[in-house]
Design a protein around this ligand. Structure first.
Ligand SMILES: Cc1cc2nc3c(=O)[nH]c(=O)nc-3n(C[C@H](O)[C@H](O)[C@H](O)COP(=O)(O)O)c2cc1C
Ligand SMILES: [Fe+2]
Ligand SMILES: [Fe+2]
Length: 394
């Protein structure tokens, strides 16, 4: 694809990955993705901002050729992950005098992941600037969005923030700029849910910094460029805030219907109390849809029968992922059924140790629901209602 001009002397030279179906061998992508990279041509020096996934390095180089780049002085590495730096070795071969501009941790990771020689680096820290003549780059150290070395680069004169993973979206689109469409917002939130959610407090801090910086544009490394940054900043502020919704997620699995019966009863009782509820059958629904709702659900109840003395593996998988994503839910619980014994509740509770939520009294029964189970489920519904009401959610 040809290089596209954003403003005079600033080009988008990344690639669109129309067919990518899975990211990190974990997240399902419904709409492909892109690996964005940029060129900033100053009156004296030229900088590349990030490279692309190594699977597309030839397309990337051909984009640079089409942008008529004859010399490159700096290659800024905002993030050492392979989807943005995997083409660095080839770019360094092509431009033997170019320096790699990155953080100290970025240098270490580029050396170990991409075998870049130590003498090729120019290490920068927060607030450092680099003059390209009539254009100036300022670096913002922003660790943990998404790795420990991540930084952002601000082009002062044009007020463009190259934010790398932060504010991105997995969208393959010919449109260079973000549209205010349901497709865009779905994908942007899914991306936040799966990639940024574990770093919520950092995201909140950096969103505030970017808000005060007041960029005219935010150009991330996945998905479209934000020409009206307030939209994505508002969304990130909301997603990363402590605010939760009057929503109960119930991811569950049931082999023979006993856990399912308990879920159905709980769902009915919550609906009766005016609480939004989303049961997800883990036999049919992937974790991506659940991650999307983890962004602001107040309560999570995992429904899991016992299998071979522990939680059914689909429930264990969900609990494991939930623990990694560290959602801001305030209450969490376990319900389910067993036949003769095991450690399902203890195992699931242990797997959720990083979720900073109050554990509700579990309802874990032998076999099929009876009157006692129904009373326990009703008690759980009442406990959830009370907590949602106390927090003015209902
Ligand atoms: C493959 C398999 C393994 C099981 N392993 C255990 C177990 O280790 N301990 C236990 O108490 N029950 C075990 N059970 C019994 C189930 O936990 C029990 O039937 C429960 O009621 C199933 O709930 P469900 O109808 O929601 O699937 C096992 C059942 C199956 C099908
Ligand atoms: Fe990343
Ligand atoms: Fe990325």
């Amino acid at each position: 694809m040809a290089a596209r001009q954003i403003v005079p002397d600033v080009y988008s030279v990344g690639v669109i990955d129309w067919d990518r179906a899975v990211f990190d061998e974990l997240m399902e992508l419904s709409d492909g993705t892109s690996y964005n990279a940029y060129v900033v041509r100053g009156s004296e020096k030229t900088a590349l901002i990030d490279t692309v996934d190594p699977a597309f390095e030839e397309t990337y180089i051909s984009n640079l050729v089409r942008a008529e780049l004859t010399s490159v002085d700096y290659i800024v590495v905002n993030h050492a992950e392979q989807d943005h730096s995997g083409s660095l070795p080839l770019a360094l071969e092509l431009f033997p005098h170019a320096k790699v501009v990155t953080t100290e941790k970025g240098r270490d990771l580029c050396c170990s992941l991409h075998h870049v020689l130590p003498e090729r680096f120019m290490v920068v820290g927060d607030g450092d600037t680099l003059s390209l003549g009539n254009k100036t780059l300022t670096f913002m150290s922003t660790p943990w969005v998404h790795w420990p070395e991540t930084m952002m680069t601000y082009l002062e004169e044009d007020k463009i923030l190259f934010s790398c993973d932060l504010f991105g979206a997995h969208i393959a689109s010919s449109a260079l700029y973000a549209e205010d469409s349901s497709r865009f917002w779905m994908e942007a939130r899914q991306y936040y849910a799966e990639i940024m959610q574990p770093f919520r407090s950092k995201v909140r801090e950096y969103t505030g910094r970017v808000r005060s910086l007041g960029p005219a544009m935010i150009a991330p490394s996945h998905g479209p460029i934000h020409r009206t940054p307030s939209g994505i900043l508002d969304a990130y502020e909301g997603w990363s805030s402590d605010e939760v919704k009057n929503l109960v997620l119930i991811p569950y699995v049931s082999m023979h219907g006993s856990t399912r019966e308990m879920v159905d009863r709980l769902v009915d009782l919550l609906i009766e109390r005016g609480i939004e509820v989303r049961p997800y059958d883990l036999g049919r629904v992937g974790t991506g849809a659940i991650a999307y709702d983890l962004v602001d659900a107040a309560t999570i109840i995992i429904g899991a029968p016992t299998m071979l003395f522990g939680p059914h593996p689909k429930a264990a998988h969900l609990a494991f992922i939930t623990n990694l994503l560290k959602p801001k839910a305030k209450w969490i619980g376990v319900i389910g059924s067993y036949g003769w014994g095991g450690k399902t509740v203890e195992d699931l509770t242990g797997m959720l140790c990083k979720v900073d939520a109050e554990m509700l009294e579990p309802v874990y029964i032998k076999g099929k629901s009876d009157e006692e189970t129904n009373i326990a489920i009703a008690r759980l519904a009442a406990e959830i209602y009370k907590r949602h009401q106390d927090h003015s959610l209902v």
